[in-house]
Write a protein that binds this ligand. Structure first.
Ligand code: HEC
Ligand code: HEC
Length: 340
């Protein structure tokens, strides 16, 4: 039995909390045996004891109203504008064509601006998805799958995927088409650097994303991919759509993934047959090259678990059916390492 939380103090309550935590862990391992891996879904394993929240300060600090700026950006914004669900800051308007209203402002109250999470350039973040450079037909199909309840997450705590369903349900066909055409017009370009390593910086999870802790502490990577912003402040506070990501992957995983998807074996089908040469996409089938490995793993796992079961998903079913989690991890490391 392992206790993952080290946040308890050495007092009488510690013993009590440890006992409760131990009981929870036993229950958790029995009840949630098929829990999706936390590294890909951005959650600590179910049953992980949560440290009591810090007591609220007597008077909450005033909101940060200082003007923020970014290199090469002419506009300045306060934090409330950067995170505005219905009109987030557009740092680099010169980067992209004119945004359809649903991308820049969403539609109150149910639909948040797409640019908030996926960024106005569509490159997205590991806890959501890149949405640029996809075939229009594929994009529209996904929105309809979300709308019809055929695209869910294997991790029910993943609230932002549930939000995608809410957005899709409240969008018109015309709005979906406008968003699809807008993002399709921008090619997906390199955004995530894949690095094989035995150890990773220690991280904490915030809003589904892994952020490295201050200080230089490291830990073994284990059977995980840790995808994290190159600059946590730029990504998390400023939502800088130019600030990219790094994906730490286990030693040897890229080669293992390559062998799995390019050589005949009993486990899976060669991806290039449908996803095109170099996995850059072909016809309505989406590209995989250089896209977020946590995202790619999640999708394969969601399909395997039957949580993603859209109109076109049956084509992927035989691909994922016999793959173990470690295989999917290696495949995701490999696809992410390819040049988009
Ligand atoms: C609150 C954050 C958030 C906002 C706002 C948001 N999305 Fe998403 N989007 C997500 C998440 C999370 C996923 C799926 C990630 C998962 O399940 O692994 C996703 C996935 C998608 C996908 C599927 C991509 C693929 O590769 O199949 C599309 C398409 C998409 N979003 C379009 C949109 C559009 C259009 C809007 C604006 C109307 C929008 N999103 C707004 C969070 C968001
Ligand atoms: C027989 C054709 C076919 C083969 C072979 C195939 N795929 Fe797919 N793949 C698809 C289709 C079609 C979709 C869209 C599925 C949907 O709409 O749900 C897809 C979707 C995906 C997605 C989700 C993409 C996204 O943006 O959400 C991933 C990840 C993926 N495939 C990985 C792979 C990998 C890895 C392989 C090889 C091991 C592979 N596929 C082999 C047809 C195929």
């Amino acid at each position: 039995m392992k206790l993952t939380n080290t946040g308890f103090t050495k007092t009488g309550t510690r013993v009590k909390m440890l006992v409760t935590a131990a009981a929870c862990t036993v229950l958790a391992s029995a009840a949630f045996a098929a829990d999706p891996p936390g590294w890909a879904y951005g959650f600590p394993p179910a049953g992980t004891p949560v440290a009591a929240p810090a007591p609220a300060p007597p008077t909450p600090p005033p909101p940060d109203t200082s003007m923020k700026s970014l290199p090469g950006a002419s506009g300045q914004f306060i934090r409330a504008q950067i995170g505005d669900r219905f009109g987030p800051a557009d740092w680099y308007p010169g980067d992209h064509p004119a945004m359809p209203d649903v991308v820049s402002h969403g539609k109150k109250p149910e639909v948040f601006a797409c640019g908030l999470c996926h960024y106005p350039n569509g490159k997205g973040r590991p806890e959501n998805a890149s949405v640029n450079g996809y075939p229009v037909e594929y994009f529209i199909q996904q929105m309809n799958d979300f709308k019809n309840g055929n695209r869910k997450s294997a991790e029910p705590r993943k609230a932002n995927t549930n939000l995608m369903m809410q957005f899709a349900k409240n969008m018109t066909d015309a709005e979906i088409k406008a968003a699809a055409e807008y993002f399709a017009a921008m090619p997906y370009t390199p955004w995530i650097k894949v690095m094989e390593t035995a150890t990773v910086p220690k991280t904490r999870i915030q809003g589904g994303m892994f952020l490295t802790l201050e200080g230089k502490e490291t830990e073994p990577i284990g059977n995980r991919i840790i995808e994290t912003p190159v600059n946590a402040e730029a990504t998390e506070v400023l939502r800088d759509p130019h600030s990219s990501f790094i994906a730490y992957v286990p030693m040897g995983s890229v080669k293992k993934g390559e062998a799995l998807v390019t050589k005949a074996n009993g486990k899976t089908t060669q991806c290039a047959v449908c996803h095109g040469a170099d996995l850059k996409g072909i016809g309505p089938v989406p590209g995989l090259a250089g896209r977020s490995p946590s995202y790619v793993f999640r999708q394969m796992n969601d399909m395997k678990q039957g949580m993603r079961k859209g109109t076109w998903t049956p084509l992927m079913k035989p691909v994922v059916e016999s793959l173990a989690e470690d295989d999917m991890l290696a495949i995701a490391a490999y696809t992410a390492s390819l040049k988009p």
